[in-house]
Unconditional design. Structure first.
Length: 110
């Protein structure tokens, strides 16, 4: 059980790190004219854990608007960054707890 919790925590760390990278990329390019922000989606894996898929957001701006401005909404990016950081922290706590449980199990067996 602890090993699967470690794997779930690790996949969460990787997924949230990828999501934070994408959000940072969007914020860094917010003032770039014609920039199309990346969209992150999370998918559950059958054996447990989570992966992310990063795609370009379908821009619904007119051609003139898309040349003059970025499609990045800074308020949304800030909120998402806070959510992604909380998910990353939670995944780290899952790994820490699973490691403690596994250490206790090894101590009991020894």
């Amino acid at each position: 059980m602890s090993v699967s919790a470690l794997n779930s925590g690790l996949s969460g760390l990787k997924a949230y790190a990828s999501a934070l990278d994408s959000s940072g990329h969007n914020v860094a390019n917010a003032s770039t004219a014609g920039f199309v922000p990346q969209q992150v989606s999370f998918q559950e894996q059958p054996a447990g854990g989570v992966i992310t898929t990063i795609s370009k957001e379908g821009a619904s701006l007119s051609s003139q608007e898309s040349q003059d401005s970025s499609g990045t909404e800074l308020a949304s990016e800030i909120v998402q960054s806070i959510q992604f950081k909380a998910g990353f922290d939670l995944s780290a706590k899952i790994i820490k707890t699973a490691d403690q449980m596994l250490g206790t199990l090894i101590d009991i067996q020894a």
